[in-house]
Structure formats: structure tokens, C-alpha cells
Write a protein of this length. Structure first.
Length: 255
């Protein structure tokens, strides 16, 4: 099983990171992809390791960090993202939940991340909160046939999911799909498993039955089980397909 979105370097894991990773390995997690929230995330990622799990690093500036005044240049982001040990660009995206004041800065940053992703031919990781129309519009404008990426923590309708897939995006399926009143399970049931991958977004958004607790990568098994239920497929098939989708997208060979 692969957790394609986990902030493993977050301070919430500082005290028991070894146990967290041991539980993930025991649950069958073989790879964890770690999106950055800013460049300070990268040295923290470098301190992490586990003998049975491959940890992968991404570089980028989170939209809520843009609200806090964090900036980057295309040259600087490109410098990071063209390194061999950086497998993706992000996380970037749009977040209109907290404030409308930073829309244009966030959009500028999203476009910059897309340009770099196309140059380095690595996937861009897209955060989306109350911003679906603008997000899909920008991806449409940036898509030149070579942009690939994940709509992380997919929370859209069937129609929005289809539009995203048509634009060349994959859907990151996480804890929100397991929430009873979120309706995301209804759309996920009607969208193709061939465009999906599993994620936790740990330490945030723990899936049922762990909702409200600190999330961790071992909980990705609850997301996998719920996805198997709504798609009416065997758990083994869900895991095999989402693993394959993730490894292909990131260009990582399984070991
Ligand atoms: Zn995230």
C-alpha cells in the first residue's frame, strides 16, 4: 500500500516517529510520499528513514504558506525540483477557506509550480479548498500535454472529477471519503479506479473510524477498505491498482 500524501516531518510525529513508521510497515505500507509545505520541510524529511518503507521527497510552497508571506522564484523552485531525489512538485494549489485576500498570490504560485513541473517532468500536487473552479481553470490553461499531477484530498463531484481526469490529473483519495456527511464517497464510487491513488494527509484528516485523532500512514488501510467497499472491488485489487498508479505517476520503480 502506498501513502501518496503524508506530512511525516510534522512536529506532531516528533516524539514517536519510529513507532508510527513501524505501524505503517506492519499495515503493509511500502512507500510514503512527503509533500513539502515550504523549503524548511526538506531538511526535516532528510532526517527520516525506515528499513522497510521507501520515503520520497517533494518540494514546493503550500498555499496557506503563501498567505503567510512565503515567496519563491521559479529559479529557486526549479533548483530544488530538478534534483534526482525530489520526485514531485508541491504541495501547491489554492485555499480560499481562510481568506480571499491572497487569491492572486496563490494563483501566481500555482502557475509557477505548474511551469516547473512541466520543465522537470514530475507531477504537481494540488491542494484545493473552496477553490475548485479556479483550480481547474488554471490547470486547463497550464496544460500543454505534458503537465501531470494529483488533485490531492479529492473532494469534488462526479462532474468535477471527470473534468480533472480529462485535464490529465489523478485523484488522491483520503480520509474525507470515509466521512459520512461529505458525499465524496458517492462521487468516488462513480469515477474510475485507474485514476486514483491512496493518501492520508497525515497528521490531518484521519479517516473513519479514527476521525478526530492524529492521522498516521498506517490508517491508509481504512481508506483502502472504504474505497474497496464503494467501488465494490476486492481490497487486493484496490491496493494493486492504486500502487501501480502511484508508482507510474512518480516514475518510481518498486523494490
Ligand atoms: Zn498536504
Amino acid at each position: 500500500m502506498i501513502d501518496t500524501h503524508c506530512h511525516l516531518y510534522a512536529e506532531q510525529f516528533e516524539k514517536d516517529i519510529h513507532q508510527v513508521l513501524d505501524r505503517a510497515a506492519k499495515a503493509g505500507v511500502s512507500h510514503i510520499f512527503m509533500p513539502a509545505i515550504n523549503y524548511d520541510s526538506l531538511p526535516k524529511m532528510d532526517r527520516l528513514s525506515h528499513p522497510d518503507i521507501e520515503l520520497h521527497k517533494l518540494a514546493g510552497i503550500h498555499p496557506t504558506d503563501i498567505n503567510e508571506g512565503t515567496t519563491t522564484t521559479e529559479e529557486e523552485l526549479l533548483d530544488y525540483c530538478q534534483q534526482d531525489d525530489i520526485v514531485g512538485v508541491g504541495e501547491t494549489g489554492l485555499d480560499y477557506y481562510w481568506s480571499d485576500d491572497y487569491k492572486s498570490e496563490q494563483q501566481k504560485s500555482l502557475r509557477l509550480h505548474c511551469r516547473v513541473a512541466k520543465q522537470v517532468q514530475k507531477p504537481v500536487i494540488l491542494h484545493n479548498r473552496e477553490s475548485t473552479e479556479d483550480l481547474l481553470q488554471i490547470i486547463k490553461e497550464e496544460q500543454n500535454g505534458s503537465l501531470k499531477g494529483i488533485w490531492h484530498c479529492f473532494n469534488g463531484s462526479v462532474e468535477e472529477g471527470k473534468r480533472a481526469i480529462d485535464l490529465g490529473l489523478e485523484l488522491g483519495i483520503g480520509g474525507v471519503m470515509t466521512f459520512k456527511n461529505a458525499d465524496v464517497d458517492d462521487s468516488v464510487a462513480q469515477l474510475p479506479i485507474d485514476n486514483m491513488m491512496l493518501e492520508t494527509d497525515a497528521p490531518y484528516l484521519a479517516p473513519e473510524p479514527k476521525r478526530g485523532k492524529r492521522n498516521e500512514p498506517s490508517f491508509v488501510k481504512h481508506v483502502a477498505q472504504r474505497l474497496a467497499d464503494v467501488q465494490e472491488l476486492d481490497l487486493d485489487e484496490i491496493i494493486a491498482t492504486t500502487d501501480k498508479n502511484a508508482l507510474e505517476l512518480f516514475g518510481v520503480t518498486s523494490s
